[in-house]
Design a protein around this ligand. Structure first.
Ligand code: WQD
Length: 319
């Protein structure tokens, strides 16, 4: 009996794999290693596979049978918003095509439990600062669209053949649960600022004229270790018969502005760096925070760490 983790060699996926190992769950990781690192997955069984490839459904079904898979945690996806705007076909092929192949293999083998890595990007630019799972979903880029479509796919599989699924809408993930699992991609604020400081460059703030307290954008930063724990709670949630389908925001419920993040970086690093204020970045909502009452009530999950622990763990992982 094992758990199949797609994208398990990635930054977030490897934290999920580590926690599964800690509770002695056998794991099989499926990853194309396009951004994942094999040395992150420890003793897991491993299958290298592009989920969007023609043979994917067959290979996945064979893997599920061989490893007696009982549940899937699906994190494998392309997740760069900017790239998704320039290459939407790649994002539809990978994120939607890959998901379709995974669901086909699960249906074929009778694996009926799925935790799906969704995103706050499904909300787009909401007109409220704190969003509940019932808030309108109007994604503003192909990446966010693929995550919302992925949620529709899980809902339709639940209706069509009895899949039991939890969709997790990640807010802004950062930090490191273990130094060796730190985020090696430089695609989001925290790693971007660290990379600038280590290269002797000035960190950039995209816009200080937003309608927020200090003029910079507000986001809900959640520690990757807390996020990984939410995946195991979501998996356990599906054990009870009456629980067949649910969508959860995964954040802290508290927002931090870009300037607040930078001030935390100054405190942790001891570097009193200059800041380069640039014009706003297209597609940035002024504020996007999670209402986390549903995940707290239904899963009993609540983030344990805040911005200080996020910045401290991320910095110590690269220092
Ligand atoms: C955060 C804030 C920037 C870099 C992304 C994905 C989203 C989800 C969460 C996966 C924004 C500002 C950034 C910099 C800056 N990921 N910023 N200077 O855009 O909130 O969301 O991560 O599901 O899908 O889009 O994250 O880290 O890019 O930006 O001022 O050098 O930091 O403008 O306000 P974002 P981000």
């Amino acid at each position: 009996m094992s758990v199949l983790v797609t994208g398990g060699a990635g930054y977030i996926g490897s934290h999920v794999v580590r926690l599964l190992h800690q509770r002695s769950e056998p794991v099989v990781v499926v990853d194309d290693l396009s951004s994942g690192l094999l040395d992150r997955i420890g003793s897991s069984q491993f299958v290298q596979l592009d989920l969007a490839s023609p043979e994917a459904t067959q290979v996945l079904a064979k893997t599920m049978r061989e490893h007696k898979v009982t549940a899937v945690i699906h994190l494998a996806a392309k997740k760069q918003v900017g790239v998704s705007v320039q290459q939407p076909e790649l994002y539809y092929e990978q994120n939607i095509g890959g998901m379709a192949n995974l669901l086909a293999a699960m249906r074929e083998t009778g694996v009926d439990r799925l935790v799906f890595s969704s995103s706050a990007a499904t909300y787009g630019m909401p007109d409220v600062d704190s969003v509940t799972e019932e808030s309108a979903c109007s994604p503003i880029n192909p990446y966010g669209e693929t995550k919302l479509i992925g949620e529709w796919m899980t809902a339709n599989a639940t209706r069509a053949w009895g899949l039991r699924a939890s969709n997790l809408r990640y807010f802004n993930v950062a930090g490191a649960g273990w130094p060796e699992l730190a985020d090696t991609a430089v695609m989001n604020l925290v790693p971007i600022v660290f990379a600038a400081l280590r290269a002797g460059r000035t960190p950039v703030v995209f816009g200080d004229d937003y309608p927020t307290a200090d003029g910079s954008c507000i986001r809900d930063y959640v520690h990757v270790h807390d996020l990984a724990e939410a995946h195991l709670s979501a998996l356990d949630y599906l054990e009870r018969d009456e629980r067949k389908f649910a969508t959860f925001n995964v954040g802290t419920g508290a927002g931090s502005s870009v300037f607040e993040v930078l001030n935390e970086v100054k405190r942790v690093t001891g570097i009193d760096f200059e800041i380069d204020i640039q014009p706003r970045r297209a597609g940035d909502p002024p504020s996007l925070c999670a209402d986390v009452s549903r995940i707290e009530q239904e899963l009993g999950w609540k983030a344990k760490q805040g911005l200080p622990e996020i910045i401290e763990s991320a910095w110590s992982a690269i220092s």
